[in-house]
Ligand binder design. Structure first.
Ligand code: TXA
Ligand code: MG
Length: 316
């Protein structure tokens, strides 16, 4: 059920308790994580999960991440492995999602997995997310809290503008620190990078002491943000711009004269944190958006992935 009035919830014990109650009732609550705001629903409740797809207008073949408060909670739903253990020790709680084979008796709605025999699980680091997950004491399916295909939300205001009136509550705890979605690693077969994100590929490869396979966009279903056009502002986006053309607004990086700078010091962590909020802001100008070149290392890989999708040809 999609509710008509959306409640603003503060990130204190009272607000968190109300958000957990809404989840128990099968309602949807947007909540902050360190990456982006998530649109949460009870992952065991098919109706709740269906209403996530409905609120986002999301194609239902795109599987969702189950959020849990701890490694032991994750182990109730997926088959654990040595590599999962290594990655979880190093990067949980944090911006990393692991895709693992489902465990028997998992109880997760097949709408979460889109019928796959694997599940994406993540333990977020954000204190409010962790408090909510602990209070709810169950798996929370949560895609980014934006209408499908649009720019991801890194503030509660972004959530309101996309989903206000369509969900039960928004738990507001300020801007997200990382600003890019989690890195997704598939561990059901050969370790594979399914989506670059908040933890750099190099760090993961160093820890596991191997090269990850890179996801091929033709692969069945596994491509996160697999739709080419994604994270898209309304206006066209032009990449690797040296300067403005026509009536463009320029989103810069490093020491460049521009309308808005992702990081004037050329810091990729700062740029990641600013990326979606900057796109939201420039989107409001209604003018085409040009973006400076971003180095393709570390978090720059994830930033460039999002920018390429924002600039991709639109279907509609
Ligand atoms: O940082 C994040 O990951 C945020 C916050 C809210 O946690 N969530 C997020 O969710 O980005 P979403 O739904 O926008 O992206 C999750 C991606 C999907 O594109 C999907 O393709 C992939 O995860 N995914 C989920 N389950 C999968 C599975 N079993 N196998 C392969 N990919 C999967
Ligand atoms: Mg998303």
């Amino acid at each position: 059920m999609i509710s008509s009035g959306t409640q603003e919830l503060t990130a204190d014990p009272g607000g968190i308790a109300r958000a957990a109650d809404m989840l128990r009732q099968g309602l949807l609550v947007a909540f902050p994580t360190e990456t982006v705001y998530g649109l949460g629903g009870d992952a065991r409740n098919g109706q709740a999960v269906a209403s996530i797809y409905e609120a986002k207008g999301r194609p239902s073949f795109n599987p969702l991440i189950a959020h849990v408060p701890s490694v032991s909670a994750a182990q109730r739903f997926v088959q654990w492995s040595d590599q999962a253990e290594q990655l979880a020790r190093a990067f949980w709680a944090g911006p990393l999602t692991l895709v693992l084979p489902l465990r028997e008796g998992h109880g997760i709605s097949s709408l979460v997995t889109a019928g796959l025999d694997t599940l994406a699980v993540r333990v977020p680091a954000h204190p409010t997310a962790r408090a909510l997950l602990t209070e709810f004491d169950g798996p929370v399916a949560a895609p980014s809290a934006n209408p499908s295909g649009q720019i991801s939300p890194t503030t509660a205001a972004h959530v309101w503008s996309g989903l206000g009136g369509k969900i039960a509550g928004v738990l507001d705890d300020g801007p997200c620190g990382v600003g890019l979605e989690s890195t997704i690693v598939g561990l059901a077969g050969d370790p594979t990078l399914l989506r670059p994100g908040g933890i750099a590929l190099e760090q993961i490869e160093k820890l596991l002491n191997l090269r990850l396979h890179l996801h091929q966009s033709g692969d069945l279903l596994t491509a996160p943000g697999q739709l080419q056009s994604h994270y898209a502002p309304d206006a066209p986006v032009r990449l690797n711009a040296m300067a403005r053309r026509g009536d463009e607004v320029l989103l810069g990086f490093g020491s460049i004269e521009c309308d808005l700078n992702l990081s004037s010091e050329g810091n990729l962590t700062e740029a990641a944190a600013n990326l979606f909020a900057s796109l939201h802001q420039l989107n409001k100008t209604g003018r085409p958006i040009a973006v400076s070149a971003i180095p393709d290392t570390g978090l720059g890989v994830a930033i460039n992935d999002r920018l390429r999708r924002a600039a991709a040809p639109r279907d509609s």
